[in-house]
Design a binder for this molecule. Structure first.
Ligand SMILES: Cc1cc2nc3c(=O)[nH]c(=O)nc-3n(C[C@H](O)[C@H](O)[C@H](O)COP(=O)(O)OP(=O)(O)OC[C@H]3O[C@@H](n4cnc5c(N)ncnc54)[C@H](O)[C@@H]3O)c2cc1C
Length: 401
């Protein structure tokens, strides 16, 4: 285990004093570019991203300002910011309710293309990821392959210069508006199930591809099932070698750092929870006040960990378990904050969820808090469930990684 932190967290990872000029520049931009409707969309978001129309507008504004891909190398459109500046930027966006972007291209596929794409693939896809013209969804999970991803059975058979795909993907976030999908499909039966998988880039308007919505727990439409019926994909759309898709997918997940519950996301929910508590005022149970304080302390610690991870280019914990720990801590903290918000807004509601009528569209505070609580249940499932993350950590501790 690497115990040394790569940056000085005593210089206030989360405080306000430092980096004044940078933060002032960010705040000035946000004050102008982040209009009230975008802030409202950011505030109302339930799942992993805000309303897609707001996402598109916000994406374009960040792109115009040159701030759409802070984590990318500057040569490919990154900002050249230090890790600390990236952290501060995310925190300012969260404080101002900037819409959380639909970011499969920015967070996952773009960095993979930079590292492993062919020159043609980079030229074709990277500018469109940066501009927001292309939105990428992720086609990994299948009805029989979730935590056990190696069980993938959607087949791709080579036919001349194309693969022909049959099968289906499930829980595909954003497949109903994304115009492209990156996916792993089975091209052979290997000795091990991880062998024989291939990583492909698929156009969502390909003939034979259909998308069916799956409603979320809070009634929201976030994910889908995607069916492939003789869908043809050019061989040129493959990343890596045929049958080596498992290592490509693993690299993609490493580059995305597998944590889509960053501290800035949790901080948004905590801020609203504090506001709700303030509205209750003196009638707030002392137990709730204590829990609120405890969650705040945990969030500060998580922010420190995240900043250290950004600075190191990897989590400040043993490599194999670091991303799992960040995902585990972030997603479980997120859920506990959302649950406390619900207890404050609607005491007793956690035990009587059905009675509150989540599906109705009147957006009173109580309904919103309940919808948020339900949507956040998914945080410990997507991008690898808490159980799967604990298995990774335990295997590393036991030396069986
Ligand atoms: C909101 C949301 C969005 C998603 N978006 C996408 C997407 O865009 N693209 C995509 O490809 N997938 C997506 N997913 C799918 C997600 O990655 C899977 O749901 C996840 O990997 C779990 O797989 P599963 O649903 O098949 O559950 P299963 O793997 O069947 O697991 C069921 C339960 O058993 C537990 N479990 C399974 N194996 C073990 C084990 N070995 N030890 C202990 N416990 C175990 C799990 O933790 C879980 O609690 C999304 C999921 C959600 C909820």
């Amino acid at each position: 285990m690497d115990g040394s932190l790569p940056i000085d967290l005593r210089s206030s990872a989360t405080g306000d004093a430092d980096d004044g000029a940078f933060v002032a520049e960010v705040r000035a931009f946000l004050a102008k570019a982040l209009t009230l409707d975008l802030r409202e969309a950011g505030r109302l978001a339930l799942g992993t991203h805000a309303d897609i129309e707001a996402c598109k507008i916000w994406h374009r504004r960040l792109h115009r300002r040159g701030w759409i891909a802070p984590a990318w190398p500057a040569a490919w459109g990154g900002t050249g910011w230090s890790p600390r500046q990236r952290f501060l930027f995310d925190r300012e966006c969260a404080r101002n309710d900037a819409p959380i972007l639909f970011a499969g291209g920015l967070r996952s596929l773009g960095p993979l293309l930079i590292e492993m794409g062919t020159p043609e693939q980079r030229a074709c896809y990277i500018p469109a990821i940066l501009s927001g013209e292309d939105l990428w969804c992720q086609g990994f999970s299948e009805p029989g392959a979730g935590s056990d991803l190696a069980a993938i059975s959607t087949r791709a058979v080579r036919d001349g210069d194309d693969y022909v795909i049959n099968g289906s993907k499930i829980w595909t976030t954003g497949a109903h508006f994304a115009n492209r999908m990156f996916a792993i499909v089975r091209t052979a039966e290997g000795e091990k199930r991880q062998q024989g998988l291939t990583f492909l880039l698929i156009d969502m308007d390909s003939p034979g591809l259909t998308v069916a919505p799956i409603p979320g727990l809070a009634g929201e439409h976030e994910f889908n099932q995607v069916y492939f019926d003789d869908v043809r994909v050019p061989v040129a759309n493959r990343i890596g070698s045929e049958n080596d898709g498992w290592s490509v997918a693993k690299r993609l997940m490493q580059l995305a750092r597998s944590n889509n519950t960053p501290a800035a996301l949790v901080r948004r929910v905590l801020r609203r929870t504090v506001e709700a508590a303030a509205r209750v005022g003196d009638d707030l149970e002392p137990g709730i006040t204590r829990r609120l304080a405890g969650l705040r302390i945990e969030l500060e610690a998580f922010e420190g960990l995240e900043l250290a991870a950004l600075a190191a280019g990897r989590p400040p914990i043993a490599d194999a378990t670091g991303p799992s720990m960040l995902k585990l801590i972030g997603s479980e903290l997120h859920q506990r904050v959302a649950e406390l918000a619900l207890e404050i807004a609607a005491p007793g509601a956690v035990g009587a969820l059905g009675a509150l009528g989540v599906a109705d569209t009147d957006h009173d505070d109580r309904t919103r808090v309940l919808a948020k609580h339900l949507a956040v249940r998914a945080a410990t499932i997507y991008s690898g469930s808490s159980e799967a993350q604990r298995n990774v950590i335990a295997r590393a501790i036991l030396g069986r990684a």
